[in-house]
Design a protein around this ligand. Structure first.
Ligand SMILES: C[S@@+](CC[C@H](N)C(=O)[O-])C[C@H]1O[C@@H](n2cnc3c(N)ncnc32)[C@H](O)[C@@H]1O
Length: 325
């Protein structure tokens, strides 16, 4: 990061508002997902501390064009986006390592309040602390919460009676089914305007390696959820008996990520027993890809008006500014 006039040396404290779901919710969600005919686990459970670290490693991979392309779009249009931010409190959903927001904070020194919302508590706190250390005068607030649930932002004193704007990068919106996107956008409409990163449709030859890289980091990221279930829920998944797969379903316009069982086997999870047939899959993520027009239509159905869309010259990725109608 280049030297900034907002650089400071002392480490200020980060305020944490913790709405993290209890372990019991994790257990019941996992058991529910594993008892479906298509075994499923929500992608939000992929992000424990190790999962967040592995996701950061994915962002550095040569095959994973998404992060560097979205960052290039942000750099190219930072001044224009800074105008849209105005002096509003900036609320980032699924903030992860809060790297992309740095580009906007450099371009928008008038922004004094940043709220990172993420489910991965420790990673979130570290990211907010790093922002406070690097951007003088910035109040970075950590909200550990599930953004698919109604946002508890009204309970946060720093946001009371303050205009806000939402930032949702990383194409995380692609993890939602299209019908869920509409419900989600309606929920986050409390934030006012939104800046949303959306991955564009493209060939399987680019998409599949992006989600299943040669070094196996994407595979380690997905399989880590089994390690997490073993550790936190007392299960006995044998990771050598499962493998990661990613396939582009062109008709549905989505990458389908799953963990496949390599043999017939039974896994114990506390008192429960879960059987897998050889080749049976546990779905970990869908990542939907949209054309600009397809995404704008979804946003309009949710009550948003597309204001502006920025893309890269190869049409790999899009960044949408949406306003409420
Ligand atoms: C794909 S990563 C994107 C990280 C970062 N925003 C970026 O663009 O590189 C998704 C982030 O959202 C968080 N996350 C996933 N599901 C979530 C949920 N339901 N509620 C809150 N955070 C969630 C993860 O912990 C992770 O940091």
């Amino acid at each position: 990061m280049t030297a900034s006039p907002r650089f400071q040396t002392q480490q200020p404290a980060v305020k944490l508002y913790d709405f993290h779901p209890p372990v019991e919710d994790f257990r019941s969600a996992v058991l529910r997902g594993l008892s479906q005919s298509q075994k499923t686990i929500s992608p939000k459970f992929l992000y424990d501390k190790r999962g967040s670290e592995l996701f950061d490693a994915i962002c550095e991979l040569p095959e994973y064009y998404l992060t560097r392309t979205e960052m290039a779009i942000l750099h190219a249009h930072a001044k224009e986006i800074a105008v849209a931010l105005d002096r509003r409190a900036l609320v980032e959903l699924g903030s992860g390592s809060s790297q992309k927001i740095r580009i906007l904070l450099h371009a928008a020194p008038q922004v004094q309040t940043y709220v990172g919302v993420d489910i991965s508590r420790q990673h979130l706190q570290e990211a907010c602390a790093a922002l406070m250390a690097d951007f003088e005068g910035l109040d970075a607030i950590a909200v550990c919460a599930d953004y698919t649930q109604p946002l508890p932002l009204a309970t946060i004193p720093e946001l009371r009676d303050r205009p806000t704007i939402g930032f949702f990068p990383g194409s995380s919106i692609g993890n939602l089914e299209p019908a869920e996107v509409i419900a989600f956008l309606k929920t986050v409409a409390v934030l006012g305007d939104l800046i949303v990163g959306v991955d564009l449709k493209k060939s399987a030859a680019i998409l599949e390696p992006a989600y299943d890289d040669a070094q196996g980091v994407s595979a380690a990221f997905a399989l880590n959820v089994l390690t997490r279930i073993n550790r936190e829920l007392g299960a006995n998944f044998d990771l050598t008996q499962f493998e990661y797969r990613a396939h582009y379903n062109e008709k549905a316009g989505r990458i389908e990520m799953a963990i496949a069982s390599l043999c017939d086997q039974t896994v114990r999870l506390g008192d429960a027993e879960i059987s897998f047939k050889a080749g049976e899959t546990l779905r970990t993520e869908h990542s939907y890809k949209y054309t600009v027009n397809e995404f704008q239509l979804l946003a309009m159905e949710a009550g948003f008006q597309p204001v502006q869309v920025w893309t890269d010259k190869h049409q790999l990725f899009s960044l949408h500014h949406l306003k409420q109608m």
